[in-house]
Design a protein around this ligand. Structure first.
Ligand SMILES: [Zn+2]
Ligand SMILES: [Zn+2]
Length: 135
């Protein structure tokens, strides 16, 4: 019985993620699932979704504020990746709306989505580099 309930929760979690436009935090997932599972605990959601990350079914990323967000394969996203510590930061605002519109006019393509990844060095790694230079 216990196991069956867990499977149902995992299915519901995946469905919630599949229907979400943007990656969700554990709290957001929790509030989406609560009507269906009134006795659900936030810690259970967190544990389940973390396990799915380990299994590779779900992608995890950090916001600029350090909150974990969970999502399925991204169809629309913009990221900064630190080449030093591999930290991945998601940009919350789309910087490409104007570019998309212009490209669409230029090429005649109807553009549905895009992914953008920028590589560099994060503030804390830059800080460390600076300190190393001094010594
Ligand atoms: Zn870094
Ligand atoms: Zn965008």
């Amino acid at each position: 019985m216990q196991e069956r309930r867990q499977t149902k929760q995992r299915t519901a979690l995946l469905e919630a993620l599949a229907h979400a436009e943007e990656p969700l935090s554990a709290e957001q997932l929790f509030s989406k699932l609560q009507p269906q599972f009134p006795r659900l605990a936030l810690s259970t959601v967190y544990r389940n979704v973390e396990r799915m990350v380990e299994e590779g079914a779900v992608q995890k990323e950090l916001t600029e504020g350090g909150v974990s967000l969970y999502g399925l394969q991204d169809r629309h996203g913009h990221y900064l990746i630190c080449l030093n510590c591999q930290k991945k930061v998601r940009l919350t605002h789309c910087p490409l709306e104007a570019v998309e519109k212009q490209l669409s006019e230029e090429t005649g393509f109807s553009i549905e989505s895009h992914n953008l990844t920028l590589y560099g060095t994060c503030p804390s790694c830059r800080e460390k580099e600076k300190k190393n230079e001094k010594t």
